[in-house]
Design a protein around this ligand. Structure first.
Ligand SMILES: Nc1ncnc2c1ncn2[C@@H]1O[C@H](COP(=O)(O)OP(=O)(O)OP(=O)(O)O)[C@@H](O)[C@H]1O
Length: 248
């Protein structure tokens, strides 16, 4: 048995339709007056269909495919964000997901306080976060602003802080959704370097991206997702070439 792995067997995931099936008062009135057809009931979205995947230690898996194929859903399912309807999902190893970078930020609190909040959300202990704090501040290059409420930050400053926190804590299984660069040009270079370091260190990487060059550079396995299923799984070059030919 592998020490770290991701295993999915016949996983089915649905997004519930009740979110869009709710009708507004305006729509009800309009339909009563026959000014508008009654809203058709929409079905649940079946986003992952009998999905099978096994990722073992050392695999850096690139996930490619068209818009709406199910790539982000796959990542979020592995991260345990969405409950699956049926099938089996087992993950061995600590997950670090780099999407929703600014999750857990409190605008009224200072940058320093937010390092603690976000760190705790990422599963770190207060002691470990304190040890990392200065490194995070230095990387984010926020200077004295670290003790200002983050409401006063520019959007670029916020991204730098979020990025610095999220990438300073590593996990064995790294889940990434297109977060390669962040901030202005000079920060983006530093950010990319750090991402490359994290991706290199991870025991397992799952990287969703439309940037096929990065996928080819970083991954040693690529899956092509279509309609909530795996259409092709294999060597990066082979799968990427197939995908490129299919969109021509
Ligand atoms: N929050 C949601 N609620 C309802 N349906 C959703 C939700 N998120 C995604 N979907 C649906 O699930 C399917 C898969 O979407 P997903 O975001 O996983 O695709 P993707 O391959 O990551 O696309 P993209 O390349 O555009 O990011 C699509 O049909 C989409 O409409």
């Amino acid at each position: 048995m592998d020490k770290y792995y991701v295993q999915m067997e016949n996983v089915n995931l649905y997004y519930p339709s009740h979110i869009y099936n709710a009708t507004t008062l305006k729509q009800e009135v309009f339909s009563l007056l026959k000014l508008q057809k009654k809203k058709e009931k929409l079905d649940d979205v079946h986003a992952l269909k009998d999905f099978n995947l096994y990722i073992r230690e050392g695999e850096k898996v690139g996930v490619i495919g068209h818009n709406g194929a199910g790539k982000s859903t796959l990542l979020k399912t592995i991260a345990g964000i969405y409950p699956i309807k049926s099938g089996m999902l087992e993950v061995k190893g600590e997950i670090r997901s780099l999407f929703d970078l600014a999750l857990g930020f409190d605008l009224e609190s200072t940058g320093r306080e937010n390092i603690m909040y976000r760190g705790l959300l990422l599963g770190e202990t207060p002691k470990r976060i304190k040890e990392q704090e200065q490194k995070i501040i230095d990387f984010a290059e926020l200077g004295e602003f670290i003790d200002y409420p983050i409401r006063s930050y520019s959007s670029g400053m916020l991204i730098r802080l979020a990025f610095a926190i999220s990438t300073s804590i590593d996990g064995e299984i790294l889940l990434l959704d297109e977060v390669i660069g962040a901030g202005d040009a000079s920060f983006a270079v530093k950010a990319k370097e750090r991402m490359m370091g994290l991706m290199g260190k991870a025991k397992i990487l799952v990287l969703v991206s439309h940037d096929l060059n990065t996928i080819e550079e970083v991954c040693n396995r690529v899956i092509l997702v279509k309609g909530g299923n795996i259409l092709m799984d294999g060597e990066p070059q082979e799968v990427i070439d197939y995908y490129k030919n299919s969109v021509r």
